[in-house]
Design a protein around this ligand. Structure first.
Ligand code: NAD
Ligand code: ZN
Length: 352
């Protein structure tokens, strides 16, 4: 088992390894000694619950916790106010107190939903993350961003609320479809492009097949490093948006039929081309990114016109007045935040 700490204001441990789920209760108790006395509510979704809820429940029961479970429908549409309200009412009905604990067992949807519920129920109660998708493991379970969606867009209402601990059992990735696994691969290779050329190379050389826990752990440590530099997203954390400004536009244009990681992969390819045209990176760098993404199995054609993407990007919540920040690679392992005037954005898209 690999263990590391995320250095936010309240530091917390992240455990990664194979076969951890059935030991989750014991492992969490190592650093969270009050856990066995608590009532825990495990929140999961309708795909994950039949596969893993029983194991998780037993592991908490075995250490003495009083365990309740709560299931939400699988899918992004569960990140809504109405369902969040129902979950909060349910917690109140169970008389959950501030000294109890929520557990998110699922992908990013369950993690964001549970984290948000934990952050506002009784003005904040502890929660634990057990990510079950690769994307949730390397990205959403660490960093404390919680959210639900509004009609106007995704993740428009939320809080910063860090988990007490995160446990990732890499065995659960076996039941993911290859498409959903690839979503997480996109976020993982992103860390390599951002800050670590060895990680980039190791992922390309089949790291997920041969040393999954180690690769996941390195991705988490990269996310932890960036989050601890900027817990509340006022500066360097923006680097994590590599590929996301273009990617979000693609997701929106597709009405979310293109999944997040696949859209981000196309977005990173586009960021590489933009960096080359703007003279930010050397010419080989953008080709290296594109080849890597193709090798990993992504399709990089963008089915939307520059005009369509431009219209959506104007509404991007990361827009700052007349500029929009693009994260551009200088080389593999080194990226910069480059404000692009809105006036130049359309031609940048047309040059893709
Ligand atoms: N908080 C953050 O910092 C952050 C970062 C990135 C993404 N997100 C959010 O995360 C969400 C996307 O996360 P996701 O890609 O994990 O989506 P998801 O939670 O919807 O999971 C994808 C699908 O896989 C299923 N699933 C999960 N684990 C499984 C397993 N082990 N075996 C079989 N099926 C399984 C789920 O039921 C779902 O159908 C979005 O809502 C996004 O906004 C948040
Ligand atoms: Zn992302």
């Amino acid at each position: 088992m690999l263990k590391q700490w995320i250095s936010t204001k309240e530091p917390y441990p992240v455990y990664v390894g194979s076969g951890l789920l059935s030991e989750a209760g014991n492992i969490f108790t190592e650093e969270f000694s009050e856990l066995p006395k608590k009532t825990v509510v495990i929140i999961s979704d309708s795909n994950v619950a039949p596969l893993y809820l029983h194991q998780a429940e037993n592991s908490f029961r075995n250490i003495g916790c009083n365990v309740h479970t709560y299931e939400i429908p699988a899918g992004e549409t569960s990140k809504n106010w109405a369902l969040l309200g129902q979950a909060l009412e349910h917690l109140a009905g169970l008389q959950i107190t501030r000294s109890d604990c929520l557990v998110a067992l699922g992908g990013g949807v369950v993690g964001d939903f549970t984290g948000f519920a934990a952050s506002i129920y009784l003005r904040g109660i502890p929660f634990l993350q057990i990510p079950t998708t690769l994307l949730a493991a390397v990205d959403s379970s660490v960093g404390g961003k919680t959210a639900v969606d509004l009609k106007a867009g995704k993740n428009l209402a939320g809080t910063f609320w860090q988990p007490r601990a995160v446990l990732c059992d890499t065995d659960v990735f076996r039941t993911l479809s290859s498409e959903i696994f690839l979503d997480g691969v996109a976020e993982s290779i992103k860390y390599g492009i951002l800050r670590d050329q060895n990680l980039f190379a190791d992922i390309l050389n089949g790291g997920f097949q041969s040393r999954c826990a180690s690769i996941v752990s390195r991705c988490i440590s990269m996310k932890g490093e960036i989050v601890s530099e900027d817990e509340f997203d006022r500066g360097t954390r923006e680097l994590l948006n590599l590929g996301h400004t273009f990617g979000h536009a693609i997701e929106t244009c597709s009405h979310y039929q293109v999944t997040h990681g696949h859209a981000v992969a196309v977005g990173m390819h586009m960021a590489g081309i933009a960096a080359k045209r703007l003279g930010v990176c050397d010419p080989t760098c953008s080709g290296t990114i594109t080849d890597a993404l193709l090798q990993l199995g992504f399709h990089l054609e963008c089915p939307y016109s520059p005009d369509d993407l431009y219209r959506v990007m104007l509404r991007d919540k990361k827009r700052k007045g007349n500029t929009i920040d693009l994260i551009l690679p200088r080389s593999i392992g080194d990226c910069v935040i480059r404000p692009m005037p809105i006036a130049d954005l359309l031609s940048c898209l047309q040059e893709q």
